[in-house]
Design a protein around this ligand. Sequence first.
Ligand SMILES: Nc1ncnc2c1ncn2[C@@H]1O[C@H](COP(=O)(O)OP(=O)(O)OP(=O)(O)O)[C@@H](O)[C@H]1O
Length: 300
Amino acid sequence: MDPHGRRRRAHHRVAGEAAGLSRGVGVLPGQCGGRRVRGAGDAGGVPDQCAARRRRARDHPEPVRTRVEAVLGAHRLSLSHQGPDGPVAAVRDVSFEVAAGEIVALVGRSGSGKTSLLMALGLLATPGAGTVLVEGRDTAGLADAELSALRRDRIGFVFQAFNLLPQFTAQENVAMAHRSGLRGGAERAARLLGEVGLGHRLRHRPQQLSAGEQQRVAVARALVNAPAVVLADEPTGNLDAETESDVLDVLTTGAAGSGCAVLLVTHSAGVASRAGRVLRMADGLCAEDPEHDAPRKATP
Ligand SMILES: Nc1ncnc2c1ncn2[C@@H]1O[C@H](COP(=O)(O)OP(=O)(O)OP(=O)(O)O)[C@@H](O)[C@H]1O
């Protein structure tokens, strides 16, 4: 079993999709359209994503609703992976909401289910039960094309491995994730790269940039369609402390500019301390951390 290999495939898939390359993405066995990961969903037999989705639509005939201001919601979400010895329950009956503009950290020991939860929330893995709501819209039962459009337009992704395409410049990497494509997104990409401090690096390729600069490009890419929420999986895991702080600054400032929420998985207490709320996972369960002191807002 190589769970991380599978996870990497999904991460690469969304990076390619973000880069406007979704047409060339292959279809994994058990998928309806080549986007969501197999293994997530029904434990036991061979998972069939289409059947799983139909079953969830049947089990949730009425759309679930979130508070009006919630941009992201998990409603009784469960997700299992198929391991060599049977199903592994990675996410168990998780419910929470994230409001516009919130910065929420998702913490927990290795293997507690953080990435699995993020994959489900990012519509990259089909839950076995429950549903994900994006800006109040229940995603259970949506067709692949609708899920793909929702993911592209309303959700930004940042991964630990920056997932930039090496043959393209920084500006192209950002622009090609824009809903109107490489040309249509060029100006917005240049502006965002300026905002993350890379206005002088537009034509540099990823290998000509430092790790921190590459992650800034990935942040700009995540924000290019002004999403409702950015999902970040250990976005500073490959960076030193100083660069970590810089990247968090550009992520939170960039998101705040458009009221975008950020949900970030982290093992770093320093990163979690900057969040307004902390959700803690243990054995697939998720609960608010009551001990967390939200950082004080700077007085103007
Ligand atoms: N594709 C997969 N196939 C089988 N099992 C998996 C798969 N992905 C994750 N798992 C298992 O699901 C559980 C939750 O894994 P997950 O990666 O979500 O945890 P995590 O909290 O993100 O861990 P880490 O902090 O190490 O990244 C673990 O027991 C893991 O081994």
